[in-house]
Design a protein around this ligand. Structure first.
Ligand SMILES: O=P(O)(O)OC[C@H]1O[C@H](O[C@H]2O[C@H](CO)[C@@H](O)[C@H](O)[C@H]2O)[C@H](O)[C@@H](O)[C@@H]1O
Ligand SMILES: O=c1ccn([C@@H]2O[C@H](COP(=O)(O)OP(=O)(O)O)[C@@H](O)[C@H]2O)c(=O)[nH]1
Length: 460
C-alpha cells in the first residue's frame, strides 16, 4: 500500500465535472452547470469527493485561482495532453467504436499519430489515478466513470491495493467484432485496465454482455471481476420542482407564443451529437409534412441541439448540417404564420424543461445510446401527457419500450409513420402511456442508482 493517503471515503472520478467555469467580461469567474446525462446522474449524490478534469481555459483559470466547488477536485492537466486524450482518443475513437459510428470510407487508420494520442490518453488516466490515490482514505470506495477513464482502475489498483474500485460505463459497449477494429494491444490494454476494478457496471444487460463477449474472445475471460447492471433512472423530485420554477414558466410562455395556438408540438432535446441521429429525425419530420399534408400548419417541431465537442471538426460539420436541414424544411414548407422547425442551438436547461412540459410528442431516435435520460425525463415533466417515439437502440428502450412507439433509427419512413401515429393518439391512451412511462423512468433514481453500486461493491 502507498504510504500517503487522503480522507475521502467515497470518491467518483469522471472526465466532466458538475460545473464548468468561464472568465466573464469583467474578469470574474462565472460558474455553469455541466451538460449531459453523467452530470445529471452524479450531481444528486452527496458526501463524495468528485475528481474531474479541467476541460478548457475557463476551467484551468478557475483551478489556478483556487476557485472550487465544495466536494470537487478539478485537475489542471497539460492542455495538449488533455486535448489528445479527450478529443483525440476518447471522443474520436472510443466513442466512435462503442456507438458504431465509423462508416465506409471513414474507418479509422491507427498510425503513429494515434499512438502519440494514445500516450496522452495513458498520461491523462495516470493523472486521475494518482489524484484518486492521494485523496482516498484507507479502504475507501472509488467509482470511476466511463470510457475516458478506462485505464484508471488498473492504474489505481497498482498505486493502492486497499481500495474498493468500481467502474461504470455510460455508453453502449461495442459488439466484439466491431471492438476488434482497435489495434490488438490497445483493445487488450483497455479491457485489462477496466478489469483492474473489483466490479464493472453498465446501463443495460445488452452492453454488459457485449463487454463480457469482448473479454472472453480477446482475453479468455473476465479474470474474476464482477459485472453488474444498473439502469439509471430520472430524478422525479428534482425535475418536477425545477420544471415549475419561474424561469421555466417564462420560457414556457415564450415557447407557446412561438409555436402558435392550437398546434401540436414534437420536441427533441440533445447534445449536437452524431449518435443522437438529429438529421434523420428532421428528415422524418419533413417526410411527415410531405406525405400527410393535413399536418401542415398544425404541428411544430421544437428541436434543441445544444453544443457538444465543438473542438472536433466532425461535430462542427454535424452542427452546421442540423441547421442547414432545419432551414431547408422551413423554406420548403413554412408559411407566413407558421415556422415548422424551431431550432435552438444554445444550451438552456430551463428552456429544455419548458419544452418537456409543452411536448405532445418526444422524438428520441439515436443510432445507439447508453441510456438516454431525455427519454426518461420528458414523461416525468410533461404537463398534458406526451407520446414517446423511441429508438430501439437506446438503452432506455429496455425499460420504456413497451409504452413508447418504437422505431429503427435508420428507417426515416418508419420514423415519420411513428410521428404521425403519435400525433393522432387518443388523449386517454396518451395519458395512460405517459403515466406508465413516468413510472418506469423513475424506478431507479440517481441517488439509489449510486447507492446500489456502492453496496454491490462492498458486498463480498
Ligand atoms: O462530457 P461530454 O463530452 O460533453 O458528453 C456528455 C456526456 O455524454 C455521455 O453521456 C452518457 O451518459 C448518460 C447517463 O448515463 C446516458 O444516458 C447517455 O446515453 C450517455 O451518452 C458520456 O457517456 C458522458 O461521459 C458525457 O459526460
Ligand atoms: O439544455 C439542456 C438540456 C438537457 N440537459 C440534460 O442533459 C442530459 C442529457 O442526457 P442523455 O442521457 O439524454 O444524453 P447524453 O448527452 O448524456 O449523451 C439530460 O439529463 C438533460 O436534462 C442539459 O444539461 N442541458
Amino acid at each position: 500500500m502507498a504510504s500517503t493517503h487522503g480522507a475521502a471515503e467515497v470518491l467518483v472520478a469522471s472526465n466532466r465535472g458538475p460545473v464548468s467555469y468561464a472568465v466573464g467580461d469583467d474578469g470574474s469567474i462565472e460558474t455553469k452547470r455541466g451538460g449531459g446525462g453523467l452530470v445529471s446522474a452524479l450531481s444528486v449524490v452527496d458526501d463524495k469527493l468528485w475528481v474531474c478534469a479541467a476541460l478548457d481555459d475557463g476551467d484551468r483559470e478557475a483551478v489556478r485561482r483556487g476557485v472550487a466547488e465544495p466536494g470537487v477536485r478539478m485537475l489542471d492537466i497539460d492542455a495538449d495532453v488533455y486535448a489528445d486524450a479527450y478529443n483525440g482518443v476518447a471522443n474520436s475513437v472510443l466513442w466512435f467504436v462503442h456507438h458504431m459510428l465509423y462508416q465506409t470510407p471513414l474507418e479509422p487508420s491507427f498510425g503513429t499519430d494515434f499512438r502519440r494520442r494514445w500516450a496522452s490518453y495513458e498520461a491523462y488516466n495516470r493523472a486521475l489515478a494518482q489524484a484518486l490515490a492521494q485523496e482516498a482514505a484507507p479502504g475507501a470506495t472509488v467509482v470511476v466513470q466511463d470510457y475516458h477513464l478506462a485505464l484508471v482502475p488498473g492504474m489505481l489498483r497498482e498505486l493502492r491495493d486497499d481500495l474498493r474500485i468500481g467502474h461504470f460505463s455510460h455508453t453502449p459497449w461495442a459488439p466484439v467484432d466491431y471492438f476488434r477494429m482497435l489495434p490488438d494491444d490497445i483493445a487488450e490494454q483497455l479491457l485489462r485496465g477496466m478489469l483492474g476494478a473489483d466490479r464493472l457496471a453498465f446501463l443495460t444487460r445488452r452492453w454488459a454482455d457485449a463487454f463480457t463477449d469482448c473479454c472472453t474472445r480477446i482475453l479468455g475471460g473476465t479474470s474474476g471481476t464482477r459485472i453488474g447492471v444498473h439502469g439509471l433512472g430520472a430524478d422525479a423530485d428534482f425535475l418536477r420542482e425545477r420544471a415549475h420554477r419561474d424561469d421555466v414558466g417564462e420560457r414556457l410562455t415564450a415557447l407557446r407564443e412561438q409555436v402558435g395556438e392550437d398546434r401540436k408540438v414534437i420536441v427533441r432535446v440533445d447534445r449536437t451529437e452524431l449518435s443522437k441521429n438529429i438529421v434523420r429525425g428532421l428528415h422524418a419530420f419533413e417526410l411527415l409534412l410531405e406525405t400527410r399534408p393535413e399536418w401542415r400548419e398544425k404541428v411544430v417541431h421544437v428541436a434543441f441541439a445544444y453544443p457538444s465537442r465543438q473542438d472536433l471538426a466532425v461535430y462542427r460539420d454535424y452542427t452546421a448540417e442540423v441547421s442547414r436541414v432545419a432551414q431547408a424544411i422551413n423554406s420548403r414548407f413554412g408559411t407566413e404564420g407558421w415556422t415548422p422547425v424551431i431550432l435552438h442551438v444554445k444550451d438552456d436547461f430551463a428552456r429544455s424543461l419548458a419544452a418537456y412540459r409543452l411536448a405532445d410528442v418526444a422524438l428520441v431516435n439515436p443510432i445507439r445510446d447508453g441510456m438516454n435520460l431525455v427519454a426518461k425525463e420528458v414523461p416525468v415533466v410533461s404537463d398534458d401527457g406526451c407520446v414517446l417515439v423511441l429508438s430501439r437502440e437506446a438503452g432506455a428502450y429496455e425499460e420504456l419500450g413497451e409504452d413508447a412507439l418504437v422505431v429503427n433509427p435508420y428507417d426515416v419512413t418508419g420514423t415519420a409513420a411513428a410521428l404521425g401515429a403519435a400525433l393522432a393518439m387518443p388523449e386517454d391512451e396518451r395519458a395512460q402511456r405517459t403515466k406508465r412511462l413516468a413510472g418506469a423512468a423513475t424506478a431507479l433514481p440517481p441517488g439509489q442508482w449510486f447507492l446500489d453500486q456502492l453496496e454491490a461493491l462492498k458486498a463480498e
